[in-house]
Design a protein around this ligand. Structure first.
Ligand code: 5AD
Ligand code: SF4
Length: 362
């Protein structure tokens, strides 16, 4: 079957996706991106929404084998933003017309942290007259904690599954009850039950990951009825077990970028109306990664608004981009590059997932 025929099918199946994922010729890959952009225009328009991302702390109870802020990496200086600092960043984000804020940190489940976050959410709502939309990316929590934060005013939650393949997931994490694939799936279900717009995502180009695994990740998004997707290439971090083990063995940068963009495009083509982020990790491997991501069907950007003095301490992977830019530089840079590719930035609008909105109307 030829590529045009597949791309013009109303509904693609698993074998179609695998076929497209395996395509190598640059000309045909371009056709996939073009189709994905067309579908984005039809379902979302040429609109790009910002989430102002604040990394509020790098303390983490987990020990994921790929991540630079894992518990056992003693080579990082621990930081925790105070409520005052977070609200200051939030105000900056609000005043600059970003309608949504995303709070991210290493994982903590202690009561002090849970209460702190609740307090911060209430504070953000207060300083913005209830106008800032709040996305959380704070890892696995109990149903009660998710509910507490939702009731305080957060309305979206990102929790990456990292890989829908349990065997791969296990190869990326220590084998103990704290790192459990089923728990993560249960958390995604809890988030849905509480009422959040639910986001997930995977790392792309992981050791041992096949084309079929990546396609199954897209089918996992569908099965879990996911509203927002944030995924990006795997990048080595020198101070991690995987960073050391796979130093010379990871896929080439070009290949990981290509796969990352294909994942965005095929997710757009297959799921149509979800929010998809062009992530910082993509830009980490290709300076034009985020722009290419938008061209391949993404519609969300998450510029980092983390305080200057903390940016360098939130290194999940080597050479994380933007950490030396001031927040304002990042914003101006992004504004320009989005316009360059023909998309339009929408300010003062939450930019909720159309997929989620449709469910609410049902
Ligand atoms: N490369 C790419 N992405 C990473 N993350 C953590 N470490 C890395 C890495 N080395 C991603 C994970 C996690 C998110 C916060 O950052 O997907 O869920
Ligand atoms: Fe902690 Fe998340 Fe990094 Fe895992 S990926 S070590 S949970 S910050």
């Amino acid at each position: 079957m030829d590529i045009e025929k597949i791309l013009n099918k109303k509904i693609l199946n698993r074998s179609d996706l695998i076929y497209l994922m395996k395509i190598r010729s640059a000309e045909d890959i371009e056709k996939i991106f073009k189709k994905a952009y067309e579908i984005k225009l039809k379902n979302i328009g040429n609109k790009v929404y910002y989430r102002g991302l604040i990394e509020i702390g790098n303390k983490c109870i987990k020990n994921c084998l790929y991540c630079g802020i894992r518990r056992d990496n003693k080579n990082i200086e621990i930081f925790e933003m105070t409520k005052k600092q977070i609200l200051k960043s939030a105000r900056w984000i609000y005043e600059n017309g970003f309608a949504s804020i995303a709070l991210q940190s290493g994982e903590r489940q202690d009561k002090e942290f849970v209460d702190f976050i609740e307090d911060v959410i209430v504070g953000i709502k207060k300083i913005s007259n209830n106008k800032l939309g709040i996305t959380l990316s704070l890892g696995e929590q109990t149903y009660e904690t998710y509910k507490k934060w939702f009731d305080a005013g957060a309305h979206r939650y990102l929790l990456r599954i990292e890989s829908s393949n349990k065997i791969i997931y296990n190869s990326l994490h220590p084998h103990d009850p704290l790192h459990n694939h089923n728990t993560r799936i249960e958390c995604l279900k809890d988030l849905r039950k509480v009422g959040y717009q639910v986001g997930t995502g995977v790392m792309i180009g992981l050791p041992g990951q096949t084309t079929e695994d990546l396609v199954d990740d897209i089918l996992f998004y569908e099965k879990m009825d996911i509203d927002m997707i944030g995924m990006g290439p795997y990048i080595l971090h020198d101070e991690t077990p995987m960073g050391k083990e796979f130093k010379e063995k990871v896929l080439s940068v070009d290949k990981r970028v290509e796969l990352g963009l294909k994942m965005i495009a095929l997710t757009r083509i297959y799921l149509k109306d979800v929010n998809i982020a062009a992530t910082t990790a993509l830009q980490g491997l290709d300076p034009m990664g985020r722009e290419k991501g938008l061209k391949a069907g993404a519609n969300i950007l998450m510029p980092t608004a983390t305080l200057e003095e903390h940016k360098s301490k939130y290194q999940l992977y080597n050479d994380k981009p933007g950490i030396f830019d001031s927040a304002i530089e990042s914003k101006e840079y992004l504004d320009k590059s989005v316009k360059n590719i023909g998309d339009e930035i929408i300010y003062n609008n939450w930019g909720d997932s159309p997929h989620f909105k449709k469910k609410c109307l049902k």
